[in-house]
Ligand binder design. Sequence first.
Ligand SMILES: Cc1cc2nc3c(=O)[nH]c(=O)nc-3n(C[C@H](O)[C@H](O)[C@H](O)COP(=O)(O)O)c2cc1C
Length: 300
Amino acid sequence: MTKKLLLCILCLILCSFYGCSKKETNNKILIAYFSCFDDTKTLAQMIQKETNGTLFEILPLETYKEEDFTNTTSSRIWIEQNDVKCRPIIQNTLNDINDYETIYLGFPIWLNQTPKIIYTFLESYDFKNQTIFPFCSSQSNDTSYSLNELQSQFRNLHIREGKIFYSPLQEEIKKWITSKEEENKVEQIYITIQETKLTMTLEHNQATEELIKKLPITVMVDDYGGFEKVGSLGFNLPTSNQNITTSYGDVVLYNGNQIVLFYGSNQWSYTRLGKIQNRSANELKEIFSSGKISITLSLD
Ligand SMILES: Cc1cc2nc3c(=O)[nH]c(=O)nc-3n(C[C@H](O)[C@H](O)[C@H](O)COP(=O)(O)O)c2cc1C
């Protein structure tokens, strides 16, 4: 009897230990990757270990064969990578992209470019609500490939700063994931004008990614056109300009280095930075008062 009781207790302890140590899958994170020689696959598995996200291997309908990789202008890879319109077909599909908030997107560098199948993947779903972090495997740590290629090709998506890995270690992956998680946490910043503190929700783009690294900053802004306050940041931020009609509360980047805060409306080519919350047009007009004023942007 005592033996049975002891066995039961031991089982309970083992079960609860196993239950605690086995982390649950984090359904909000997707790790999608394309890999031919398993380097990117290994990277994806290392990221999975840190995030507990869901792994998804992007599989080409027509598998790449040994001869496709030959170093000639007639090889499949060379032809695909030199054809701007090429979109290799993917054989498998994701069920519901809206299940995910963050996507780690992995691929090898091919001929200093992103494999065209990654273009197929990004064009196959509506990723406008997801934050995408690219990660690449490369043969050399001296590569001239730049992840800006993806950001400039998919300006409508939230593609953040990615990383190229050359012989990665789990510790390096862990550090990268932690920095990305920290970045993701910043949803709002504050704008202080004398005694008034305004909350601004952030757009997620490269400009805000760089901006938050520089905070706190103080900027002198002045009136322009009777609808905005504008001032020089004193540094450049990456632009993703679009022709937009602004409304009161909008905060945008103009010309790559000027911050514009609207209490009225204007139509121009800007990069969105964010929006001031819960203030009417009149309130903002009053807060911004007339003439040159000093504003401080901060994280808290
Ligand atoms: C056709 C081809 C072109 C490549 N071009 C480059 C390149 O331009 N720069 C680079 O650093 N590595 C290049 N590589 C190396 C791969 O990026 C690297 O081996 C990668 O780790 C392979 O990833 P995978 O095992 O996930 O397929 C190339 C590899 C192949 C097959």
